[in-house]
Design a protein around this ligand. Structure first.
Ligand code: TXA
Ligand code: MG
Length: 339
């Protein structure tokens, strides 16, 4: 059922129902994180393999491992600095779990991924859970992106319902929060070692993490931590995707695909507004900033499939650019990986 009332969504979640919720990154498919049966339904509805860990969303950015009901048992100083600087916002911290974070949300690992979402509707829902059931506070909402497993993440309620609408039950809820303002998922930072390790690039750039903590941020290689979102061909539409480094390579690529027998209007182009559309091709996205690129990316990939585009050529943002361009480049690389 679609509602505009965060308290109705909170009540349904407390009762063990699922809810499609807006966050500033992407829409999530939410369940009460301490209800294993509800979390199990997330996996079933998404078609996601069991034992993939999910992010626990909370409302209070002050993580106190000693507080009753805490989801974490330890918070290193640099993680606390990141939480203070970035929450609410597109950052997920992987921390040693408390007993409250069960195997069904952690994938059986000794860590839990936790984040305070920056969208007012998501925050209102979690706060309403805490108000309706103060004894259970701080409530945690397990929420992976609200798409079928392996598909493009949803940045609007319409995207989420197109993927999952038929699979939800009468008692499940959905609430609209408009188009997501960030448009790519949160940055995931493993905070179990002496310095931060970026497991997935996202809304917060690596340079910001280093500036905030004064520590060098490591990358995901050799972390030994399982991050299913890091599978090579993830975030993929049905159309094939190829990457071109610049305008010239884009034009050459489109020519080659036409020569290979594809009608030119069935070739889609994703590139910054400074890069012209090769004649006859279908322009899917022409952002004038990296933020606009991130906001529009997933919608443009979904539109490729909806408009009969069979081949997409994308020019990623400048590889030296910081911030959210790291996430855009990462998602385009994965979407273009062989499958
Ligand atoms: O922006 C986001 O992070 C969105 C919104 C809804 O919050 N959520 C999202 O969830 O992208 P999902 O499930 O699609 O991706 C979560 C990622 C997965 O790659 C998962 O493996 C990783 O987080 N993850 C969760 N718990 C983890 C843990 N304990 N250790 C390492 N990675 C973990
Ligand atoms: Mg996902």
């Amino acid at each position: 059922m679609i509602t505009a009332d965060p308290r109705a969504v909170a009540a349904a979640l407390l009762d063990g129902a699922l809810a499609v919720l807006p966050t500033e990154t992407v829409y999530g498919l939410a369940a009460r994180a301490d209800n294993p049966a509800a979390v199990a339904r997330i996996y079933a509805v998404k078609g996601r393999p069991a034992l993939h860990p999910v992010i626990v969303h909370v409302a209070d950015p002050h993580l106190d491992p000693d507080a009753p009901g805490s989801w974490v048992r330890e918070v290193p100083d640099y993680a606390r600095q990141l939480a203070e600087a970035c929450w609410p916002g597109p950052l997920t911290l992987v921390l040693p779990r408390s007993a409250r974070a069960g195997d069904d949300v952690t994938g059986g690992q000794d860590t839990v991924a936790i984040r305070v979402p920056g969208h007012p509707v998501a925050l209102a829902v979690i706060q309403a859970m805490d108000e309706a059931d103060p004894a259970g506070a701080p409530h945690g909402v397990a929420a992976p992106s609200a798409n079928r497993f392996g598909h493009v993440s949803p940045t609007s309620l319409a995207h989420a319902l197109a993927d999952l609408g038929e699979l939800l039950a009468e008692s499940d809820m959905a609430i609209d929060g408009g188009a997501c303002s960030v448009g790519v998922e949160s940055t995931i930072v493993d905070c179990t070692g002496p310095q931060p390790r970026v497991l997935r690039p996202g809304g917060i750039g690596v340079a910001d993490i280093e500036r905030t903590t004064g520590l060098e941020a490591l990358d995901a290689t050799a972390s030994g931590i399982r991050v299913p979102g890091a599978l090579p061909s993830h975030y993929a539409p049905a159309a094939r995707i190829a990457l071109a480094p610049d305008a010239e390579a884009l034009a050459a690529y489109v020519d080659a695909v036409v020569e290979g027998g594809t009608e030119v209007e069935r070739i889609g182009v994703i590139a910054s507004s400074a890069i012209p559309t090769p004649e006859g091709a279908t322009r899917l996205l022409a952002p004038d900033s990296v933020d606009a690129y991130a906001r529009g990316l997933y919608d443009s990939l979904r539109r490729a499939d909806a408009t009969g585009v069979v081949f997409v050529v994308a020019v990623p943002p400048d590889p030296d650019a910081e911030g959210v361009s790291e996430a855009i480049a990462d998602r385009l690389r994965r979407a273009s990986a062989p499958r």
